[in-house]
Design a protein around this ligand. Structure first.
Ligand code: AMP
Length: 399
């Protein structure tokens, strides 16, 4: 079976053709600058076969068409015809409280994604464009929507309720939703397998640290999400590459008053100019920050220290929320690759019974246990694979 996994943004579209059983990727790439001057990349057999600029791509539909043309190309394609694609799986940002799991795309599903546009104003319209482009270019092909929010819908009310007038929840759906849910769900499955608890998840307590350019932590009890750091939107929680994470809302009123910013300017500062970039003034990229810190840049050091401090605090909070922890997992760019970063986060968490082994921690990008033999809490590195999760859901629902 072959599933085409699509992650559509407003002017970009990432794709992978994948076997949902083995996770083998036969081809992947990116359509960029859709509606501008069109850029197209296509990789197959481990090589970049196409890297073309100025590709006519006025809408997402031409992007999907370019993907299909490449996939069936007699010279470098990986399938003989479009019929070999069994189904298409889409990453969709916001499913509101309605979607507790993935769904087969039909008119009702599309309308529900549309209804969630106010909650995901940047992503949901783009995700819909991806779905409609596939409908146009591959009519009748089963499509599945996989929501970033769905895994978090098992949170109890005390975790998802904000302490603001309750009518905003009742009338306006203001609550914690959380994101990176497909990644957290994949990690939950893998961590349970590594604990030998796939068949008996009851009683397990896992804290997953998805640390990348965007970052969130998730508390996973009995294999289900019970809390997560992101909120109504992906700005909340721990500081990120350029996003502020949790801040006192008074800061907004204060700065808007002092500088005359409107809400759009204020949100732009909090989304694009804050986080470790904002503190350091150097970069949002953790490798740049580590390099600057080594050269003695005090603000780069402060940005890293702040990030590690907030991750450590969130781990402590989730251990308290679940009444303990069996496994702490690191994933995404920083979590999978940041050897020194993992060590700095775990420093001070020994009281939880979590001890990192410096030698085992010297690993990158592969599944590994990095805790000492006598550590009560297992510490794992697990490379995330959202695409595989999307492909698996798609295969299951499209059958
Ligand atoms: P992601 O958003 O998951 O792609 O993660 C991107 C982040 O991972 C960037 O801040 C990178 O600096 C960081 N990253 C990637 N490789 C490494 C590495 N070897 N050491 C530290 N951070 C890394």
């Amino acid at each position: 079976m072959k599933v085409l996994v699509i992650n559509a943004g407003s002017s970009s579209l990432k794709y992978q053709l994948m076997d949902p059983e083995t996770g083998a990727v036969s081809a992947k790439g990116l359509c960029e600058r859709i509606g501008i001057d069109g850029k197209f990349t296509y990789k197959a057999g481990g090589k970049t076969v196409i890297d073309a600029a100025d590709v006519a791509m006025p809408t997402h539909a031409e992007g999907i068409q370019a993907v299909l043309d490449a996939l069936v190309n007699p010279e470098y394609g990986v399938i003989a015809s479009m019929d070999e694609i069994d189904a298409v799986g889409h990453r969709v940002l916001h499913g509101g409280a309605k979607f507790t799991e993935s769904c087969l795309v039909d008119e009702a599903c599309k309308q529900a994604i549309r209804d969630c546009i106010p909650l995901g104003p940047l992503h949901n319209p783009a995700n819909l464009m991806g779905i409609e482009a596939c409908e146009k270019v591959m009519p009748g092909k089963p499509q599945v929507a996989v929501f970033d929010t769905a895994f978090h819908m098992t949170m109890p009310a005390e975790a998802y309720t904000y302490a603001i007038p309750y009518e905003y929840y009742e009338n306006d759906q203001v609550r914690r939703y959380g994101f990176h849910g497909t990644s957290h769900r994949y990690i939950a499955e893998r961590a349970l397998a590594m604990l030998g608890r796939t068949e008996t998840p009851e009683g397990t307590k896992i804290i997953n640290c998805h640390l990348g350019n965007g970052s969130s932590l998730c508390a996973i009890k009995d294999g289900k999400c019970v809390d997560t750091t992101m909120g109504l939107g992906p700005l909340a929680g721990i500081p990120m590459g350029t996003r502020c994470g949790d801040i006192d809302a008074t800061i907004m009123e204060y700065l808007m008053g002092r500088y005359g910013y409107d809400i759009g300017q204020m949100m732009n500062i909090l989304n694009k100019k804050s986080g470790v970039l904002g503190i350091s003034g150097v970069s949002s990229d953790f490798r740049d920050l580590e390099a600057a810190e080594k050269e003695g840049n005090a603000r780069a050091k402060l940005a890293l220290d702040k990030f590690f401090y907030e991750v450590r605090k969130a781990i402590g909070a989730y251990a308290a929320a679940m009444g303990g922890v069996d496994a702490i997992v690191f994933t995404a760019g920083v979590g999978e690759n940041g050897i020194a970063n993992r060590a700095r986060i775990m420093k001070g968490l020994e009281y939880l019974g979590a001890k990192i082994d410096p030698e085992k921690n010297n690993t990158r990008g592969v599944e590994a246990e990095i805790s000492t033999a006598d550590s009560k809490v297992k510490i794992f590195v697990i490379p995330t694979n959202e695409e595989l999760m999307i492909a698996k859901d798609t295969a299951r629902l499209a059958k």
